[in-house]
Design a protein around this ligand. Sequence first.
Ligand code: UDP
Length: 237
Amino acid sequence: MHMIYKRILLKLSGESLMGGRAYGIDEVRLGEYAKQIKEISDQGIQIGIVIGGGNIFRGLAGAAKGFDRVKGDQMGMLATVINSLALSSALEAFGVEADVLTAVRMEPVGTYYSPSRAAELLRDGHVVLMAGGTGNPFFTTDTAAALRGIEIGADVLLKGTRVDGIYTADPEKDPTAVKFDEITFDEIYSRNLRVMDLTATTMCKENNLPLVVFDMDTPGNLKRVLSGENIGTRVTL
Ligand code: UDP
């Protein structure tokens, strides 16, 4: 099967790892994701992954409850390491070689991230999980995904969500919302669409990293996006 991208950066939200639960990691959902990732890894796609941590802790939500914001963000970043370890172990259970690289040093939990180390592992056919966000508070994992995608020279940033693309309004709240097949970064600003935070969007725009938002919770969709099927929404300059 012909694949339209060779090297991708896949962003998964922490929340989606909850599956039907209220907190933490659902092993069924984890297994479904690992299976989809294996499918495209078997096709020779080079895969970098950034996972969020919202299923465990978010710095902003913590601050609202009285946590120090910087410490809360550090907790959130550690949550992304937990999620990355979980997905790497699910991938390994499927026979996929997967490595966790961390934005801050924490051997032996993961190897310290560098773009060259990530590229080397990708060339060797390993799935590379880039954990710990950007390593800095006040950023999001969407921004980490944009940054890592640019650093490793990914062809595209794939944002897997539970919604099947970008809509004129939140489709879970507004039944009249209409989906875009394609949209530009500038339209995201002008229409005030909440696709990613502005820092992440701007990084993609300024570095010409295309973004595809798609529904990752439907099995087989990751492969469909890579084979060029018109699912999700593609964002370009
Ligand atoms: N975070 C951070 N710096 C980063 C990335 C993440 O401080 O570079 C923290 C932040 O507190 C955030 C949490 O990690 O709330 C989890 O990430 P995010 O909210 O992006 O996860 P998602 O919404 O994708 O599950």
